[in-house]
Design a protein around this ligand. Structure first.
Ligand SMILES: [Zn+2]
Length: 428
């Protein structure tokens, strides 16, 4: 069967994006934190909009919203596309919302132009991905894929002491581990287990949030893998002493030691090359007084790579280097691992399909690694998963300055729509 012409006008998507941006707490940019009134209004609005387009709509027990067009083969697994509705504090119009607005637009276009699909297609607005309010992330896709079982809701609280469970009940939601397996049919007003075992493929469209595509003047990024991450908390201890009376040769300066470690890490990361990245984002020296040699320094490490072995190798190498440098200076070193996520490879077959379509649609593209985490990484162990990027102006994201042009957004929309057509309409 030859591929039909896909030419989705972007107006519907652009309008939806603008409408979603209006659901925000006051202040610069868009602030739509999980289970806040503006968050609930956005999810309610989406449900109304999806229903108006003829989709079967439901909200699950944690507040993920689905819009569904059933396929003619009810036993076939669902083709799912979408992204997250939450934002960081003072975020932009596109992070997350773009993937949702495009998903709704793509599905509507497919139904209008090609009628009922063979396989059910669904657009999803995951309730949370950013980790901006509560001390966890991927709360939406994590409940769908089984990373979480809902029991976390009682334990996890925001900075004001409000637990996830109580914030949820404020939105009329409840998700308990014992709800698992409960029916969650399309058309439910709300509730039901978030866990899904019926997903056949997941495709997420997202802004790049980096500068790679813009610098290379490319239309599309096809994600090969989402980088794995290791985070550490490092404590370096030496001796606190008088800045005036302690000769340079007799010091055990924890901050000078930490500085040497961090420069060594930067050099090693540059030598390792892309896609490895290593960052110290936070550092505190104690006692933090101008005339006292710092006796203790605490800092964080964030190290990412798309290949598990390379990530492991770099981390153990650099921690060995830290230990040598500490020993040389008579400092003690204490390293605590605070986060470890595995790299998530995207589906190579789906990526070949995306390349093929991108060529047919006349788009320039490259394959690339996503250094940022995304909902798609949770689906990749479960089902064929793909992720499409469009350029971000100046690579800026998590800011009200976030921008991608309507043309760039439309290119992503058309690629998404065409791959959804192949997944949902073609006999396999
Ligand atoms: Zn995002």
């Amino acid at each position: 069967m030859s591929a039909p012409a896909i030419n989705v006008p972007a107006e519907q998507m652009m309008e939806l994006l603008e409408e979603l941006a209006a659901f925000s707490a006051p202040g610069p940019g868009v602030s739509r934190l999980l289970y806040t009134p503006e968050w609930l209004q956005a999810q309610r609005f989406l449900q109304e909009r999806m229903a108006a387009l003829g989709m079967g709509v439901r909200m699950d027990g944690v507040g993920n919203v689905y819009g569904r067009f059933p396929g003619s083969q009810p036993a076939a697994k669902v083709i799912l596309t979408g992204s997250h509705i939450d934002t960081v504090l003072n975020g932009g119009h596109y992070d997350g919302a773009y993937g949702i607005a495009a998903a709704v637009t793509a599905l509507h276009y497919l139904i209008q132009n090609f009628g009922q699909p063979l396989r059910t297609i669904e657009a999803v607005a995951f309730c949370e991905e950013e980790g901006s309010r509560f001390p966890l992330a991927y709360w939406g896709s994590g409940n769908v894929t089984g990373l979480y079982d809902g029991s976390e809701a009682a334990r996890c609280a925001d900075s004001a002491g409000v637990t996830i469970a109580s914030a949820m009940s404020g939105c009329g939601l409840a998700c308990r581990p014992e709800d698992r397996g409960a029916a969650a049919a399309a058309g439910d007003a709300g509730g039901g287990t978030p866990l899904r075992e019926d997903i056949g493929a997941f495709v997420e469209l997202h802004i790049e949030q980096g500068i790679v595509l813009e610098q290379a003047a490319l239309d599309i990024g096809i994600v090969e893998a989402i980088a794995g991450q290791r985070r550490y908390s490092v404590k370096v201890a030496g001796s606190t002493n008088h800045a005036g009376t302690t000769p340079m040769g007799l010091r055990r300066d924890a901050l000078a030691g930490a500085a040497e470690m961090l420069l060594a890490m930067e050099q090693a990361a540059i030598a390792a090359g892309d896609p490895l990245v290593a960052t110290c984002g936070k550092l505190e020296a104690a006692p933090g007084t101008p005339n006292v040699i710092p006796g203790e320094v605490q800092f964080t490490l964030d190290i990412r790579h798309s290949e598990a072995e390379a990530l492991e190798h770099f981390c153990s190498f650099i921690l060995d280097v830290f230990a040598e440098l500490a020993a040389k200076r008579g400092l003690t070193l204490q390293v605590t691992a605070t986060l470890a996520t595995s790299p998530a490879p995207m589906d190579t077959g789906l990526n070949r399909q995306l390349e093929h379509i991108a060529r047919r649609q006349g788009r320039s593209f490259r394959s690339m690694v996503s250094g940022a985490g995304h909902d798609a990484q949770l689906f990749s162990p479960m089902c064929p998963t793909a992720m499409i990027f469009v350029p971000s102006r100046a690579g800026i994201s998590h800011s009200s300055e976030e921008y991608s042009s309507p043309e760039e957004l439309a290119a992503g929309l058309n690629l998404l729509t065409a791959v959804l057509y192949e997944l949902a309409y073609k006999e396999s």
